[in-house]
Design a protein around this ligand. Structure first.
Ligand SMILES: Cc1cc2nc3c(=O)[nH]c(=O)nc-3n(C[C@H](O)[C@H](O)[C@H](O)COP(=O)(O)OP(=O)(O)OC[C@H]3O[C@@H](n4cnc5c(N)ncnc54)[C@H](O)[C@@H]3O)c2cc1C
Length: 404
């Protein structure tokens, strides 16, 4: 049996940032990754908070050098209404921009950075079993070879694999409705000619029946995905591809944007991705990123939460392994849930339509817009923002005020 300080399951953003931080603190880190990189994963629009987390982990430089599309903000629109939120007009947060990234490239760069810093990564190897009392992890490679590791701490960063939630019966239904995303990439779309050129554009379809993400990349291609409930999708009785084409080419804004574009990949889909867990940690393990709770794609919160949880878990484990007693309930679970719950309030308000009313209203003052921009930039732990401190209440009051 091999011994390591920390074993990390999965090498996505959560796994890479925690590995990089822990090796920089001098620990022996083993990362077990089921696939080889580069590998595709959905989730291509980042928030400014990501820059801050990567900067603190000494990992921002390689991302900045890679010339990803700069993302200055977000546009929300339907066929009659429009609002552009410039992320630099926040409450004074350090980062006012981020990037649109092909995840196969972004995740590979992060992982290479972690490896260069000293992380030991095995590819094509899956974690197949875990004994939480002895902290023994069993892995299996693609040829069926079995190995065991004993670690002082295990971080689950297995994303959609949700390894420990499944093995330890920690899975819980999400509070959110079952939704699906139907997506593709296109080449040569007609992008906005103004400063919103690199923004993510969110198109509301029909009476809030669905929404479309438009995420432009620096190579001229764009990611285009439709999010709706399973019932809405089923009501069309169409294949993924026919559904994607129908929604995109029947909506005025997207039809115009993609009129002369060419789809360059098959239409894919993912469903039932919202998930929750009974707890975020045990005596010997911590759940991070999508292996913990995943809400919804609408505000591009996934990678931010993955990076923040990976970084926070690494910081706490590092302190514990150096001899400190860590209160994981307070310092990890309560901390992460504070940020997740702010996003949850925004996701709920998006789907009940009240957030669209607030976003499209011209009645709100500049201070309120700045507070909302800070949240949508990923600064969901900034307690000096009153819209963070009481997110549902603040949104409801703003909704009532702009509606009257
Ligand atoms: C439709 C949709 C759109 C989204 N859009 C966005 C967006 O625009 N912006 C955004 O920030 N987020 C978005 N997300 C969320 C984003 O996809 C995730 O939050 C993010 O990828 C989570 O990162 P992670 O590091 O937790 O996991 P992942 O990136 O999923 O990485 C987990 C890794 O673990 C490995 N693994 C799995 N099982 C095992 C095993 N048994 N053993 C070893 N390794 C294993 C996998 O191969 C993978 O490489 C979106 C999600 C959905 C569903």
């Amino acid at each position: 049996m091999k011994e390591v300080d920390v074993l990390i399951i999965g090498a996505g953003p959560a796994g890479a940032v925690s590995a990089a931080k822990l090796v920089q603190d001098g620990f022996r880190v083993k990362v077990i990754e089921k696939l080889t990189f580069p590998r595709f994963v959905i989730g291509e629009s980042l928030l400014p908070k990501c820059n801050e987390i990567l900067e603190n982990a000494n990992m921002l430089e390689s991302i900045q050098k890679a010339k990803f599309q700069l993302k200055g903000g977000a546009v929300f629109q339907n066929e009659d209404e429009y609002v552009a939120l410039d992320f630099s007009k926040n409450l004074g947060e350090k980062w006012g921009t981020s990037f649109q990234v092909k995840r196969e490239e972004f995740d590979k760069l992060l992982l290479e950075d972690a490896i260069n810093k000293g992380a030991d990564v095995s590819f094509n190897v899956s974690v197949v079993d875990y004994d939480p009392d002895k902290n023994i992890i069993t892995t299996e490679d693609i040829h069926g070879n079995i190995e065991q590791y004993k670690a002082k701490k295990v971080l689950d960063a297995s994303g959609y694999g949700r390894v420990l939630p499944k093995l330890l019966d920690l899975e819980m239904d999400s509070s959110l409705a079952l939704r699906r995303a139907t997506f593709a990439r296109v080449d040569k779309d007609e992008r906005p000619a103004d400063e919103t050129n690199g923004y993510i554009v969110i198109d509301v379809i029909g009476d809030n029946d669905a929404w479309v993400w438009n995420i432009p990349f620096s190579d001229g291609s764009t990611s285009v995905g439709i999010v709706c409930t399973e019932e809405y999708f089923a009501s069309f009785e169409l294949s993924d591809e026919a559904f994607w084409e129908k929604i995109i080419f029947e909506n005025e804004n997207t039809a115009k944007r993609y009129a002369n574009s060419k789809r360059i990949v098959d239409v894919g889909s993912i469903s039932g991705y919202s998930s929750a867990v009974k707890k975020l940690y045990g005596d010997n393990y911590i759940l991070t990123g999508n292996a913990s709770e995943f809400l919804d794609p609408v505000f591009s919160s996934g990678v931010t939460l993955a990076l923040e949880s990976g970084a926070k878990a690494a910081e706490l484990v590092s302190r514990e392994l150096k001899g400190e007693t860590i209160d994981y309930a307070k310092e990890y679970e309560a901390y992460m849930m504070r940020g997740i719950n702010v996003f949850r309030d925004y996701v709920n308000a998006w789907y009940d339509g009240s957030l669209q009313t607030v976003l499209f209203s011209t009645k709100k003052n500049e201070e309120i817009v700045r507070k909302i921009i800070s949240i949508l930039s990923g600064y969901v732990w900034n307690q000096s923002n009153s819209f963070v401190a009481s997110s549902a209440y603040a949104l409801e009051k703003t909704y009532e005020a702009v509606r009257s």
